[in-house]
Design a protein around this ligand. Structure first.
Ligand code: NAD
Ligand code: TYD
Length: 355
């Protein structure tokens, strides 16, 4: 099986590539990534090292190395010529992770979100139309459904009602993907997962941001009253769900993927501080995010019933492992936080966002 993974140098994409190469050593994976601020080849350094060992034919006693089939291509999913060339070469499955993924950035500047998330998805769909693939998996998000009140869950039949430029761009791509199935019979599947956490997540998203701030004794900027709710999913559980969708998912369908783990942001914050032995005085309430969605909660009954998936990991266990990972990989996040990210952070949390 030849899989084109887009955005494979980001958080979920890199975890997915590692997961797939470990479970399916016979698969060939091509990783197309533009390496934007959130794309980082260090997320795949173990795989790149193994790959170069194979290419250089260094003696090794690990027989799996000889069959490692992985290629990285630096490029933009909006580059029609590049994408067509890759898909024309013979691709069985496209898994589209490539995206601008952060809500706060989309509020500051939506343009690049439209380019990558909508126009980029269109380029991939056109390539798959010209050079047929067996499956086109669009990695989407529960945020396309908008916000819930204090009860109820998002099902695959919930109406799409995105509230941020980010979620609107993801919803637009979902609609295009759906239309390419309806109109051209493209074998598409859309997955909509809840908030992921785990290793290699860029430290602008709340969990890695708060862990790394707490480690550095820097305040944790909690939006509004901290009572907004997200449904947390460990990234490896998400990867396993996508693997199943590739194998057994039905064309034209949407699958919701949730962690069955609702937490307020305040609960998450307190958990992180407690696990690190840091004082709650580090919590700094700041002005709320404009249009901040109140609650996300996913009903995953469909993927459970049809594909036999359910999350394996508990939050209590995996948050500890995640915190450990950030402690052990300090140089990974320190490099990020001391570079370009710092400018963004200053812009976000400078005087203007004080509550
Ligand atoms: P991320 O920001 O960590 O990674 C995105 C990757 O896409 C980066 O490697 C980046 O370089 C690459 N990229 C961006 N623009 C590109 C372009 N034009 N061409 C090629 N590559 C490009 O994001 P993530 O958290 O790993 O999210 C991956 C996907 O999963 C996204 O589509 C996102 O909408 C979706 N998703 C994320 C979450 C979450 O909690 N993180 C939840 C649900 C869905
Ligand atoms: P985030 O990780 O940005 O994911 P998303 O907006 O896609 O759900 O944010 C998760 C929650 O944490 C969201 O309710 C906003 C909140 N949040 C803060 O309170 N402070 C922060 O600094 C960030 C980045 C997020």
């Amino acid at each position: 099986m030849r899989i084109l993974v887009t955005g494979g140098a980001g958080f979920i994409g890199s975890n997915f590539i590692r997961y797939m190469l470990a479970r399916h050593p016979d698969y060939q994976i091509i990783n197309l990534d533009k390496l934007t601020y959130s794309g980082n080849l260090e997320n795949l350094s173990d795989i790149h090292t193994r790959k170069s060992e194979v290419v250089n034919r260094k003696p090794t006693h690990n027989s799996q190395l000889t069959s490692l089939s992985y290629r990285f291509i630096k490029g933009d999913i909006c580059d029609t010529k590049l994408v067509n060339g890759l898909v024309k070469d013979g691709i069985d499955v496209i898994v589209n992770f490539a995206a601008e993924s952060h809500v706060d950035r989309s509020i500051m500047d939506a343009g690049v979100f439209i380019n990558t998330n909508v126009l980029g998805a269109h380029v991939l769909l056109e390539a798959a139309k010209k050079h047929p693939v067996k499956k086109f998996i669009q990695i989407s998000t529960d945020e396309v459904y908008g916000s819930l009140g204090s009860d109820g869950y998002f099902t695959e039949n919930t109406l799409i009602a995105p509230n941020s430029p980010y979620s609107a761009s993801k919803a637009s791509a979902d609609l295009l993907v759906r239309a390419y199935h309806h109109t051209y019979n493209l074998p598409v599947i859309i997955t909509r997962s809840s908030n992921n956490y785990g290793p290699y997540q860029f430290p602008e998203k709340v969990i890695p941001l708060f862990i790394t701030n707490a480690l550095a004794d820097v305040p944790l900027p909690l939006y509004g009253n901290g009572l907004n709710i997200r449904d947390w999913l460990y990234v490896e559980d998400h990867c396993r769900a996508i693997d199943l969708v590739i194998e057994k998912g039905k064309e034209g369908e949407v699958y919701n993927i949730g962690g069955n783990c609702e937490k307020t942001n305040l609960e998450i914050t307190k958990t992180i501080l407690k696990r690190l032995g840091k004082p709650e005085g580090l919590i700094k309430y700041v002005r709320d995010r404009p249009g901040h969605d109140r609650r996300y909660a996913i009903d995953s009954t469909k993927i459970q019933r049809e594909l036999g998936w359910s999350p394996r990991y508990t939050f209590e266990d995996r948050i500890d492992k995640t915190i450990e990972w950030y402690i052990e990989n300090e140089s990974w996040w320190k490099k990020i936080k001391s570079g370009e990210y710092q400018e963004y952070y200053d812009k976000m949390y400078g005087e203007s966002r004080e509550s």
